[in-house]
Design a protein around this ligand. Structure first.
Ligand SMILES: NC(=O)c1ccc[n+]([C@@H]2O[C@H](COP(=O)([O-])OP(=O)(O)OC[C@H]3O[C@@H](n4cnc5c(N)ncnc54)[C@H](O)[C@@H]3O)[C@@H](O)[C@H]2O)c1
Length: 364
């Protein structure tokens, strides 16, 4: 398909590179950005024929699908405009910041018969697809539980503009949560009920690097979230995401089954290591990856979506999956505020696993 990209900031390079060099079933034909100079630079660098305004790009007859790489606050608005113009839409994560916006765009895509997809697509990487295969092939028996931890000291020590990370719609939950929650849901299926304790540990953060060094950031969203997820399958998940932790010894994700455990790789990557432990072993054993896409393959979710639209099958990094993940995040904050359980109202199917033996650039 012919792709138009809106928002060509930091993350756009890997999408442009992969689409040009590897995922050649798609072709980037236009770019747009609020900063026109930036769009011009990227177009020149990657040989993209057109630099347009956002509205021109969305309405351009040469654009079949729009890749939305803008900031989270405008994801829903751009997806909505795209769908209303009759184009397929794929957005960076999260799907939207508000749950109502997420619901609205998923319903709109359905009504229009168009595809809506969302990052993260790291679950299609070689590392996480190997985990999926081990699980589906029964190597650890029936899933019992999963733990997922993302702990650090926050982005004010390295990011050039860290203010937005401490506002609603960001925080560790909305920024990093999609990787961890998407991974758990694609492995274990949908969440039925959840609860959480949350806190703003420090009401202000001090910027310690870059041009804004010395500025103080007021914090208006929780920076420590400890949640419990009850999956419809019966498995129980534990999730801790935080920007308040100097150091910890926690793994990223561990998956526990009736017949063993799997050490799951960092879900913000496409690679391993994948490890397994089964009764009778002395220690974890490294598992060779069963699937490709084990280097940075951002854009594979978009390729899967456009290919699926062409051949008429469901796509994997779907709007329904991203909406379910968005509701989990909102549910965790809601539970933290109210002190009660949150019953999920959305659900989703586990996306089909990728087949083994695909060549680079293939999804079927
Ligand atoms: N940077 C990363 O490492 C990374 C990794 C994974 C995912 N993401 C996600 O990718 C998205 C973009 O992140 P980024 O780091 O590239 O941000 P960025 O700030 O570098 O780039 C965003 C771009 O979008 C443009 N933009 C903003 N609002 C716009 C609008 N209304 N219309 C047109 N253009 C608009 C900005 O001018 C900017 O060029 C975010 O959703 C983020 O969560 C980023």
């Amino acid at each position: 398909m012919r792709i138009g990209i809106i928002g060509v900031g930091k993350i756009s390079d890997i999408y442009l590179t992969n689409t040009r060099d590897r995922f050649t079933e798609n072709q980037v034909v236009a770019v747009a950005d609020l900063l026109k100079e930036r769009a011009q630079e990227k177009a020149a660098e990657y040989g993209v024929p057109k630099v347009l305004s956002v509205d021109e790009l969305i309405n351009d007859p040469d654009v079949d699908a729009v890749l939305n790489l803008t900031i989270p606050a405008v994801h829903a608005e751009i997806c909505e405009k795209t769908l209303n113009a009759g184009k397929h839409s794929f957005t960076e994560k999260p799907l939207a910041t508000s749950l109502d916006d997420g619901r609205r765009i998923v319903a709109l895509a359905k009504e229009k018969g168009l595809r809506l997809g969302s990052a993260p697509d790291t679950f299609l990487g070689g590392g996480l697809q190997t985990v999926r295969k081990l699980l589906d092939d029964g190597w650890i028996g029936t899933p019992v539980g999963v733990t997922a931890f993302m702990t650090g000291r926050g982005p004010e020590n390295w990011h050039p503009n860290p203010h937005f990370f401490y506002q609603p719609g960001a925080g560790p939950l909305f920024d990093m949560g999609p990787y961890y929650i998407t991974t758990m849901v694609t492995l274990l299926g949908p969440v039925k009920r959840l609860s959480a304790a949350t806190r703003i540990s420090f009401p202000e953060r001090l910027v310690t690097a870059g041009a804004l060094k010395g500025e103080r950031i007021p914090v208006s969203t929780p920076t420590y979230v400890a949640g419990t997820l009850e999956f419809a399958s019966g498995a129980v998940g534990t999730l801790v995401v935080s920007f308040d932790v100097w150091k910890s010894r926690l793994p990223r994700i561990d998956l526990f089954g009736s017949a063993g455990s799997i050490g799951v790789p960092d879900p913000n990557t496409f690679w391993g290591p994948v490890q397994i432990f089964r009764p009778g072993q002395d220690d974890w054993v490294d598992v060779p990856l069963s699937h490709g896409y084990s280097e940075n393959s951002r854009g594979i979710g978009l390729l899967d979506m456009t290919h699926a639209a062409t051949v008429g099958r469901p796509h994997r990094a779907s709007g329904e999956l991203a909406l379910h993940v968005l509701e989990v995040m909102h549910g965790l904050l809601h539970s933290g505020e109210t002190g009660g359980f949150y019953e999920m109202t959305t659900s989703c199917d586990r996306p089909e696993a990728l087949p083994v033996g695909l060549a680079d650039g293939e999804v079927d």
